[in-house]
Every structure is written in structure tokens, then in C-alpha cells.
Design a protein around this ligand. Structure first.
Ligand code: HEC
Ligand code: HEC
Ligand code: HEC
Ligand code: HEC
Ligand code: HEC
Ligand code: HEC
Length: 310
């Protein structure tokens, strides 16, 4: 019997990532569960209820992001995050620009986190550090303190902070007069202690680099496509709730959790019969002969792309 007349039924294999009990290889820490409950917008902000689409949208959607910070959105960065294509060799799938509505774009700090997670580094400045590699952050911090001490030379006379008495370390003299360079070096060391050990570390794995004073931020490794053996299109399922297919996202506490729906979920709608969505093989598989599977041109695969829209 030709595959085109067969339908999805028992015996169909489970999604490979679930069958293999894959872990999400991403390194960005995110606890979905606490972000899906009422949560504070910034340290002193009001409580807000986030939605999935506040962090996840297909590339082609251009509506504004409620938790973006324009300073970060408009900033150029020196890093290039490479997404993971699981578990196929790269180069066998269409590039993301060709699949603008089908898949969710990788989450970005500037668009989805920046309004709440401030990268401030010192009480003298409202502005946060750039969201970039540690060497860029370091250069920024040093420059800010150099400008500051040039404008406020009196602050080079440093009075001992009474709270320091609790550390058990030898006390510095009551009053020290520093050169501007010494002052900048001390302030930078304090600011970076906070950044590397707390601020950046909340979301990233940082590691020390031998012989270097600055740490390295682990590659983000966000996954772009989870099902290399099938096509999927979020746009075709726009009318359905995200939670219907990704219920795990409400309770997941670890980034390593895989939040994909099991194949049984697809079968609730893609089943034979008039009240159901298409269940013959071609609906999800673009090749007819399993021994000669190949990708089909995106223009054919994703007609939704050609209609434009928002
Ligand atoms: C609230 C979470 C959060 C915080 C805090 C945060 N980041 Fe990120 N970071 C992200 C996300 C999400 C990405 C994914 C890509 C992007 O946003 O461009 C990322 C990506 C990066 C990358 C690129 C990684 C790659 O794949 O090459 C670097 C470098 C980076 N961040 C540095 C920093 C530094 C340095 C700090 C602290 C000053 C910091 N981040 C603080 C969430 C965060
Ligand atoms: C609406 C504001 C808001 C947004 C947007 C937001 N966060 Fe958070 N996030 C918070 C607050 C508030 C906390 C502290 C919650 C607590 O400790 O109870 C937090 C805590 C965290 C933690 C620590 C969780 C833990 O288990 O202790 C991580 C990691 C984190 N956020 C990552 C992110 C990333 C990554 C993004 C963007 C993709 C993001 N957050 C976007 C408000 C936000
Ligand atoms: C009909 C089921 C279904 C619905 C509804 C659905 N998803 Fe998905 N989602 C999937 C499947 C299947 C994948 C895996 C696609 C792949 O990567 O091959 C996926 C993947 C994802 C990913 C990982 C990136 C990607 O695109 O592969 C994110 C993030 C995501 N969905 C978020 C959402 C959000 C947010 C919503 C609601 C706006 C939503 N999903 C609605 C089934 C669904
Ligand atoms: C509603 C969508 C849908 C329909 C209809 C469907 N499949 Fe699938 N199929 C999937 C998904 C999702 C996967 C998992 C893909 C992955 O893990 O990359 C899959 C995987 C497979 C795999 C395993 C591929 C591999 O190497 O892991 C085979 C074989 C397969 N399908 C055959 C069929 C046949 C034959 C039909 C028709 C009787 C069919 N499928 C109909 C969605 C569908
Ligand atoms: C605060 C931002 C934020 C919100 C809100 C959010 N997510 Fe995510 N989501 C992320 C980040 C960051 C990642 C990548 C890290 C990870 O895998 O946990 C991710 C990963 C995912 C993935 C793919 C990774 C996997 O392991 O399967 C899916 C699917 C997903 N989210 C679905 C959802 C759904 C559905 C909702 C709403 C119920 C939601 N997310 C709400 C930030 C968010
Ligand atoms: C809540 C019902 C529902 C669920 C669950 C569902 N689908 Fe669908 N799906 C539809 C409808 C409705 C359509 C569009 C009409 C049709 O094709 O019959 C569709 C269309 C599709 C298409 C064709 C998209 C296009 O561009 O034409 C694919 C591929 C697909 N679904 C795959 C899946 C996979 C894989 C799953 C499981 C992860 C899934 N669907 C779960 C209802 C559902």
C-alpha cells in the first residue's frame, strides 16, 4: 500500500528526542515554573503575569516585546550565538530565515529578559553593562569609572567602609588617598566580583580561563529544531494554546527538561475521520520513500511565508 494512503496510527514511532530521553543541551538557566507565576518586574517593580509569547515568537513576528530594553535591543554585540540542530548534521535543514513562522526563534536577553534582569554594576550609575562578552563588559566598566573619577576627583579619598570590619580580613587604613588609576582598579574589581559571581551567573555558566583575568561565558546552545525527521509549523497551529502541546512548561524547573509534546498529543487531532486534522503520512513527512528522504524547497513547504502579514 502506498504511504500516501496510510494514516497515523498505533505503532508510529515516538518523537526521537523523547524516545531517547534527550536532555536540552542549552546552557541558559531558566526556571519556567517561577516565570509562569506572578513575578516582579525588576527589583521594585509591580507583580506581572508573563505569557509564553513574552519570550517565544517565530522570527517573522515583529510586534514589540513587553520585557525588552531598547538599549539592549539596539546594541550591536560581538558574539555570535549558534543554535543547535538536534540531532542531525548541520547543513541538511533550511536556514532559519526560510522558516520564519514555523519555528520559535531562540530566546534573546535583549527582547525577553532585560526589562527585569538589570545588568547594573555600581550604585553610582543607573545604566547597566553591555550584554556581551566579558572583555567588552570590562572595557565598558573601566571607561565608566575613569570618566567618573575625572569628574569627581574628591572621591579618590576613600574612607573605610565600617561593614568591611566584619570580614575578618586585615583592615585597610581609616582613610586612603588613591591615584585615579588605583581607584578605577578597585572599583572595577568590586563591580566585576558582583557581575561574574552573581549577575551573569544567574543565567550563565561562567568558567575561569587559564592565564586570563576574565571568565568565559558558555555558548548558549539553544535548540532551533527538535524534530529533524518531520516538518512542523507553529503557524498552522496558531489557534491552539501553547500549554495544550507544552504542558511541561508550566512546571519545569530545569533548563535541561525537554518540553516537547509526545506523539500521542498529535494523534488527538491528526486522526482518520471527518472531524479531524489530516493524518496521512504526507501531512508531516515530505518524502514518500523512506529510503530516499530529502528536504523539499521551503517555498513549497511553508506557503504561509509568502502571504506576508505582521
Ligand atoms: C536573565 C538572564 C541573563 C543574564 C542575567 C545574562 N545573560 Fe547573557 N544571555 C542570556 C540569553 C537568553 C542569551 C541568548 C542569546 C542572546 O540573548 O543574544 C545570552 C547570551 C549571552 C552570550 C552569548 C553566548 C553564546 O552563545 O555565544 C554572552 C557572551 C553573554 N550572554 C554574556 C553575558 C554577560 C557577560 C552577562 C553579565 C553581565 C550576562 N550575559 C547576563 C541571558 C542572560
Ligand atoms: C517580568 C520580569 C522577569 C522577566 C521578563 C524575566 N525574569 Fe527571570 N526572574 C525574575 C524575578 C523577579 C526573579 C527572582 C524570583 C525569585 O527568586 O523568587 C527571576 C529569577 C530568575 C532566575 C533564577 C531562578 C531560580 O531558580 O532562582 C533565572 C535563571 C532567570 N530569572 C532567568 C531569566 C531569563 C533567562 C529570562 C529571559 C528569557 C528571564 N529570567 C526573564 C523576573 C523576570
Ligand atoms: C500543536 C502542538 C503545538 C502547539 C499548539 C505549540 N507548540 Fe511549540 N512545539 C511543538 C512541537 C512539535 C515542537 C518541536 C518542533 C521542532 O523543533 O521540530 C515545538 C517547539 C517549540 C519550541 C522550541 C523551538 C522550536 O520552534 O522548535 C518553543 C520555544 C515552543 N514550541 C513554544 C511554543 C509556544 C510559545 C506556543 C504557543 C504560542 C507553542 N509552542 C504552541 C508543538 C506545539
Ligand atoms: C501528525 C503528524 C504525523 C503524521 C500524520 C505521521 N507522522 Fe511519522 N512522525 C511524526 C513525528 C512528530 C515524528 C518524530 C520526528 C522526530 O523525532 O524527528 C515522526 C517520525 C516518524 C518515523 C521515524 C523517523 C525516525 O527516523 O526517527 C517514521 C518511520 C514515521 N514517522 C513514519 C510515518 C508514516 C509511515 C506515517 C503515515 C502512516 C506517518 N509517519 C505519519 C509525525 C507524523
Ligand atoms: C521568561 C521567559 C520565558 C517564558 C515566559 C517562557 N519560556 Fe520557554 N524558554 C525560555 C528559555 C530561556 C528557554 C531556553 C532554556 C530552556 O530550555 O529552559 C525556553 C525553552 C522552551 C522550550 C524548548 C526547550 C525544551 O527543552 O523543550 C519550549 C518548548 C518552551 N520554552 C515552551 C514554553 C511555553 C509553552 C511557555 C508558556 C507556558 C514558555 N516556554 C514560557 C524562556 C521562557
Ligand atoms: C489541537 C489539534 C492539533 C494537535 C494537537 C496537533 N495538530 Fe497539527 N494540525 C492541526 C490542524 C487543525 C491543522 C491544519 C488543518 C489540517 O491540516 O487538517 C494542522 C496541521 C498540521 C501540519 C501541516 C502544516 C502545514 O503547513 O500545512 C503539520 C505538519 C502538523 N499539523 C503536525 C503536527 C504534529 C507533529 C503534532 C504533534 C506534535 C500536531 N500537528 C498536533 C491540529 C492539530
Amino acid at each position: 500500500m502506498p504511504l500516501t494512503s496510510r494514516t497515523l496510527k498505533d505503532g508510529h514511532p515516538e518523537i526521537a528526542a523523547l524516545r531517547n530521553k534527550a536532555k536540552d543541551p542549552g546552557t541558559i538557566l531558566l526556571n519556567h515554573s517561577i516565570h509562569m507565576q506572578p513575578i516582579r518586574r525588576g527589583p521594585n517593580g509591580p507583580l506581572v503575569q508573563m505569557e509564553c509569547a513574552d519570550c517565544h515568537r517565530p522570527e517573522a513576528v515583529t510586534a514589540s516585546w513587553p520585557y525588552a530594553d531598547p538599549n539592549y535591543v539596539n546594541a550591536k554585540v560581538t558574539y555570535e550565538s549558534k543554535e543547535v540542530l538536534l540531532p542531525v548534521k548541520s547543513g541538511t535543514l533550511q536556514p532559519r530565515h526560510a522558516i520564519g513562522r514555523a519555528y520559535m526563534a531562540p530566546v534573546k536577553f535583549s527582547a525577553a529578559c532585560a526589562a527585569c534582569h538589570l545588568l547594573t554594576f555600581d550604585k553610582r550609575f543607573d545604566i547597566g553593562v553591555p550584554h556581551d562578552k566579558p572583555d567588552v563588559v570590562h572595557a565598558f566598566v573601566v571607561k565608566k569609572f575613569q570618566e567618573y573619577i575625572a569628574a569627581h576627583p574628591a572621591e579618590a579619598r576613600v574612607v573605610r567602609d565600617p561593614q568591611r570590619d566584619l570580614t575578618g580580613r586585615p583592615l585597610p587604613p581609616e582613610v586612603r588617598v588613591l591615584t585615579p588609576a588605583q581607584w578605577v582598579a578597585e572599583r572595577t574589581a568590586d563591580a566585576e566580583e558582583l557581575l561574574w559571581r552573581k549577575t551573569c551567573k544567574q543565567c550563565h555558566a561562567l568558567s575561569a580561563v587559564k592565564g586570563a583575568s576574565l571568565p568565559r561565558v558558555a555558548d548558549a546552545r539553544l535548540t532551533e529544531r527538535w524534530m529533524p525527521h518531520t516538518r512542523f509549523d507553529h503557524d498552522a497551529h496558531r489557534g491552539f494554546s501553547c500549554m495544550g502541546c507544552h504542558p511541561g512548561a508550566l512546571t519545569s524547573k530545569e533548563s535541561s527538561d525537554v518540553l516537547l509534546p509526545p506523539l500521542a498529543n498529535c494523534k488527538t487531532c491528526h486522526a482518520p475521520g471527518p472531524d479531524h486534522a489530516e493524518s496521512r503520512c504526507f501531512e508531516c513527512h515530505t518524502y514518500h520513500d523512506w529510503s530516499k528522504r530529502k528536504e523539499v524547497k521551503p517555498t513549497y513547504l511553508f506557503p504561509g511565508l509568502q502571504t506576508g502579514g505582521k
